[in-house]
Design a protein around this ligand. Structure first.
Ligand SMILES: C[S@@+](CC[C@H](N)C(=O)[O-])C[C@H]1O[C@@H](n2cnc3c(N)ncnc32)[C@H](O)[C@@H]1O
Length: 224
């Protein structure tokens, strides 16, 4: 397991919106220890089930629930996030699960992060940010460039508000549709679109009551 921070260099070269997005997410993660469930996202688990394992990249990995689950299935996984606090939690979860040798956590802004590596699976689960907007369409376009020939890109997003009592800062946030996320990828005929749809899912409120949420799911495969 490796955790390193190249966010300082990114911040030094561009003092635009990213540092405030980073600050906002850091503050959000500092609110309490563990803001997500720690479990794999259901869409990722169902979509990747049966795929041959290889090298995976999780964009906006947060506290590492998807990273750790993929590593448990045998993938070598790199998770990227703005928040060092979230990544430290992911690293600890990887150690607890005994998969630290197959995981790496990197603090970086995905609007600028570069790599020469190419991945069998690139995934972005709920890479959405409010009230500090991020250049999400640009990030998704860049994500497509990280997929190796034969590999998959999975983009899962809230297609509608995930619960009724939205905090004021979420009012006005625009939830993406599958066709909008697909358009952001600017795919040519080197790609096959396997899934582009809204899927209903039963989630739990903070009180444990079940309620339905809508996930936008886009899965594409690079053919050449
Ligand atoms: C809604 S959370 C989802 C976390 C995780 N994927 C999950 O499903 O539990 C969005 C995550 O994206 C990260 N994020 C937002 N903008 C980012 C950016 N420009 N670069 C890297 N990470 C970013 C945030 O820090 C946050 O952890």
């Amino acid at each position: 397991m490796h955790t390193h921070d190249d966010s300082a260099a990114a911040a030094a070269t561009d003092a635009a919106a990213a540092p405030s997005a980073r600050e906002w997410w850091e503050a959000r993660y500092a609110e309490r220890d563990g803001i997500w469930s720690g479990r794999v996202n259901a869409v990722l688990a169902s979509v990747t089930w049966g795929l041959p394992v290889g090298r995976a990249l999780d964009l906006g990995c947060g506290e590492g629930g998807d990273v750790v689950w993929l590593a448990e299935q045998g993938w070598d996984v790199t998770g990227i996030d703005l928040s060092v606090t979230a990544l430290e939690r992911g690293s600890r979860a990887a150690v607890s699960a005994g998969v630290e040798d197959r995981t790496a956590f990197v603090a970086a802004d995905l609007a600028r992060w570069e790599t020469t590596a190419r991945f069998d699976l690139v995934t972005a689960s709920f890479l959405q940010s409010w009230p500090v907007e991020i250049p999400r369409a640009d990030i998704l376009l860049r994500a497509a460039g990280f997929v190796r020939v034969g590999g998959h890109l999975l983009v899962t997003a809230h297609a509608a508000p995930p619960h009724d009592d939205l905090p004021p800062e979420m009012h006005g946030y625009r939830f993406p549709s599958p066709s909008e996320d697909l358009a952001a990828l600017q795919l040519d005929d080197a790609w096959d679109v396997a899934v582009a749809e809204v899927r209903p899912r039963t989630a739990s409120t903070s009180d444990g009551d079940p309620h339905q949420v809508l996930d936008s799911v886009v899965l594409v495969r690079r053919l050449r």
